[in-house]
Design a protein around this ligand. Sequence first.
Ligand code: FAD
Ligand code: NAG
Ligand code: NAG
Ligand code: NAG
Ligand code: NAG
Ligand code: NAG
Ligand code: NAG
Length: 490
Amino acid sequence: MEISHIKLVPLLFFFLLNSVCSTTSNSISESFVQCFSSRIHSNSTSKIILTESSSDYTLVLQSSIQNLRFLNTSTPKPQAIVTPHQNSHVQAAVVCTKKVGIQIRTRSGGHDYEGLSYVSKSPFIIIDLFNLRSIDIDIKKERAWVESGATLGELYYAIAQKSKLYGFPAGICPTIGVGGHISGGGHGGGGSNFGVIVAWKLRLVPVPPIVTGYMESKTIEEGATKLVSKWQAIADRMPQQYFLRLVIQAANGTGTNGGKTIQVMFNFVAFETVEKLLPWMQENFPELNLDQSTFTEMSWIESALYVANLPINESQVLLQRTQQSRVFFKNKSDFVTEPISEAALEGLWKAMLELDSLQLMLTPYGGRMSEIYDWEIPFPHRKGNLFEIQYVDNWVDDKETEEHIRGVRSVYEYMTPYVSKSPRAAYLNYRDLDLGRNKDANTSYAEASAWGLKYFKNNFRRLVQIKTSVDPDNFFRDEQSIPVLQSAKK
Ligand SMILES: Cc1cc2nc3c(=O)[nH]c(=O)nc-3n(C[C@H](O)[C@H](O)[C@H](O)COP(=O)(O)OP(=O)(O)OC[C@H]3O[C@@H](n4cnc5c(N)ncnc54)[C@H](O)[C@@H]3O)c2cc1C
Ligand SMILES: *[C@@H]1O[C@H](CO)[C@@H](O)[C@H](O)[C@H]1NC(C)=O
Ligand SMILES: *[C@@H]1O[C@H](CO)[C@@H](O)[C@H](O)[C@H]1NC(C)=O
Ligand SMILES: *[C@@H]1O[C@H](CO)[C@@H](O)[C@H](O)[C@H]1NC(C)=O
Ligand SMILES: *[C@@H]1O[C@H](CO)[C@@H](O)[C@H](O)[C@H]1NC(C)=O
Ligand SMILES: *[C@@H]1O[C@H](CO)[C@@H](O)[C@H](O)[C@H]1NC(C)=O
Ligand SMILES: *[C@@H]1O[C@H](CO)[C@@H](O)[C@H](O)[C@H]1NC(C)=O
């Protein structure tokens, strides 16, 4: 991801006196609304602030919740939801939250795996940025200004409306918010630690007119284990214009015994024509017996739908902001620096067959990811990583929650010897509270290192220093926020 610049509302410069708050929740939201109205000089804030008595409160609260684990009657609810229409509303919300002495949760697309953008144990408000989602594309300058509340799908669609020869490299699922995705995947070190990011300036990248897609599944009976080994051997050294990821899951058997099996799906998009791609595939994966007919040529925008398993001729689907179906889920992540042996893979298949519902997504590293030094931006997972594993489990019955979470954790445990060590690295955007959490506003550097070093490696110390200097009161915080160095505080 290429981000040259971000616009951070300079909210950290409002150091207001914290008025001590020992009031009931009703009057907290009243004081908040009063403060907000006076700052934006308007008495008609009912469209901007939703309190529990507003008719839209529940609808808006639930609108972008992705994980059903954080949508039930005992999930803590915000005192108010602010839905800013302009930047000054964001500033007023921050100032007034600080004034009434409660917490802030900022939400763009609501995809946080652990619900941190909309749940907090202490009293809080949500700033929901869905109204701030303008996208301004300038093809001549190869850049876009995108407000945080836009989704990736809206961004991809807007680029394609302007040009078929530009794109932007980001996540697969189109409903993801730009705000959380970019701050966790690149710049910013987790936006929620430092303020509210209202817009991003992105550098667009040229894409060819023809992109090629390939998707096919093989079971272990059909030689999938060997294919995974071959993939591992070249994952980080494939040509830069190739993105070949694997999705692995249990499936009902097709073999003679009809039992369950493991299925490996090749999910491939290459910035190349079939003619050029085919010889490369035949050389590297001869056992797939490929010919021209297995590939599909398409435009870049169609490929954005293709990798997400959506119909490629229906690009308006990218504009749908909500997921068709929501589930309970638990995902975890790992980075792999040495190929995993076939014996170890077989043990993994065995564990997955027992669990049935677990999916693994293997994303290749190398390419552009390795060209950026690990200290250049907070995202540290660079050269030396072959690929990333995401463990994904979802279910639809809340009674199964504990069993599924136990299952994901047991496979993660099994994988310990085969993945990165000291630290066992993790991807911030696949937020995982199993790695640890802040006990309170005074969590120490050593305690927060439990997850901080996994997400940021050596950049963690620098992020703590920045945090300490720009937000010494630790106002912007959550269960896994970057801590403030206590010794530096007066
Ligand atoms: C179904 C699904 C598919 C996914 N697919 C991919 C994928 O293909 N690739 C990938 O890399 N990731 C993927 N993710 C992970 C995704 O990138 C992260 O969850 C990302 O943080 C979501 O951003 P959001 O704005 O939707 O989330 P939110 O829940 O709104 O925010 C996530 C975090 O960022 C903070 N934040 C949000 N907006 C702002 C802002 N404007 N300023 C400051 N802080 C902010 C929040 O407070 C929270 O801490 C997926 C997630 C889901 C649920
Ligand atoms: C808002 O209401 C208060 C009290 O009712 C009034 O004094 C104030 O002038 C009003 N402000 C605006 C901007 O209308
Ligand atoms: C309800 O949500 C909370 C998180 O807000 C979670 O801890 C709890 O387990 C959920 N309860 C049920 C029954 O799912
Ligand atoms: C296998 O088939 C059964 C019965 O149709 C179904 O309930 C189960 O979910 C399937 N399992 C997988 C892994 O697809
Ligand atoms: C996309 O293709 C499907 C199947 O070929 C067809 O039914 C549908 O109408 C097409 N949609 C558009 C928008 O062309
Ligand atoms: C995380 O889990 C959810 C639910 O299973 C899944 O839909 C999503 O695709 C996973 N994340 C990614 C990046 O694949
Ligand atoms: C953090 O520590 C300070 C002083 O060291 C104390 O005043 C404050 O109450 C503590 N905050 C929390 C949330 O424990």
